[in-house]
Design a protein around this ligand. Structure first.
Ligand SMILES: [Zn+2]
Length: 341
């Protein structure tokens, strides 16, 4: 693995609220694995918790999840993760996503290999080796160590195919003479059991081909119907108001916020989007609110609250046409643009 590249990919913009400078005279000699406990919690939510809202005075050095690594306490400082002062002073604590997705397992192993490169081969422990706890759940120190050895040695590692967004086959229209040919290719891939779909951001001539089949009037009507307002087919105050209220309600319900349902998406509402986003596989009211907003913006899809391949394609298309980063995640920037009706 490329250790320099790895170092560059580490997010270092956030600092944990609680930690102690230095290591109380002790020497760093181990790594401790943790998981953040409840499934469904998201990477940015955990970062926010450690760095903004933490009331338990805990911390860790690195947070790993959803394909991202963030360092929130320096290696040379002591973070509060092991529940034991001596261990805290000697260890680097890694906080991992409880779901242990394949890509995060590999990323954690890479992080361990990266730390070995810096400090020598520190042994990896599980939190339950120190105190009585179920942490780190399904994570295993021996599994991470085994994989880290491979990354450390630089051997090629085959990762098994798991369905993360990056593994989907995005068939670019631009590579085909016609949409029909692209569709045919997608069909062939699907027959092989692969999850493929066409992204239609570019054609061979460099023209944008939006995912639009029905007229915008009909799509707005569809969105209005989902909102339960008059189906005029034209954007108006009533529709926008209801769409934003629906979004606020969804944020409250999905993420436990207490936003005022006032139809005006102010700083407090916007802030709530900084630690949450919807991505493929999500099923909740937040996804539903986003789907309605996409309809009102002239993008056709089914409003079912389920973020599947079609919703992903539409989100990517919307991002592409609005010059946003095309990552298929509907977060702060994408939603802010969506409500700009
Ligand atoms: Zn733990």
């Amino acid at each position: 693995m490329d250790f320099k590249e790895f170092e560059k990919s580490i997010i270092t913009d956030y600092d944990a609220m609680y930690y102690t400078r230095g290591r109380d005279g002790r020497k760093l000699d181990r790594i401790v694995l943790h998981h953040w406990g409840s499934r469904g919690q998201r990477f940015w939510g955990i970062i926010n918790w450690f760095c903004k809202w933490n009331t338990y005075k805990t911390s860790c050095h690195y947070v790993v999840g959803e394909g991202k690594v963030a360092q929130i306490v320096n290696d040379s400082d002591t973070s509060y993760h092991a529940g034991n002062w001596d261990w805290n002073c000697k260890a680097i604590g890694l906080e991992c996503m409880p779901e242990k997705h394949e890509r995060d397992l590999h990323l954690t192993a890479k992080l361990v290999a990266f730390l070995w490169k810096r400090y020598g081969k520190l042994p990896v422990y599980e939190h339950r080796d120190i105190v009585s706890t179920s942490c780190p759940g399904i994570w295993s120190a021996s599994e991470v160590t085994r994989l880290a050895e491979k990354y450390y040695k630089g051997s090629t590692i085959k990762t098994s195919k798991t369905k993360t967004v990056k593994d989907f086959f995005k068939v670019q229209l631009g590579a085909f003479k016609s949409k029909k040919n692209a569709d045919k290719y997608v069909k062939q891939l699907k027959e092989k059991g692969l999850d493929a779909y066409v992204i239609s951001t570019e054609t061979g001539k460099g023209k944008k081909t939006p995912v639009k089949s029905t007229s915008k009037v009909d799509l707005i009507k569809k969105g209005q119907k989902a909102l339960g307002v008059n189906t005029t087919g034209k954007m108006n105050k009533e529709t926008k108001d209801k769409a934003i209220k629906t979004l606020q309600k969804a944020l409250n319900k999905t993420y436990g916020y207490n936003l005022a349902i006032d139809g005006s998406f102010g700083p407090v509402s916007k802030n709530s989007l900084k630690s949450h986003y919807a991505e493929r596989g999500d099923k909740n009211d937040f996804v539903k609110a986003i789907q309605i907003l996409l309809l009102l913006n002239g993008y056709d899809l089914v409003v079912d609250g389920s973020f599947g391949a079609k919703t992903l394609r539409v989100v990517e298309s919307f991002q592409s046409e609005n010059r946003l980063t095309i990552d298929g995640n509907a977060g702060f920037k994408t939603v802010t643009k969506l409500i700009n009706l």
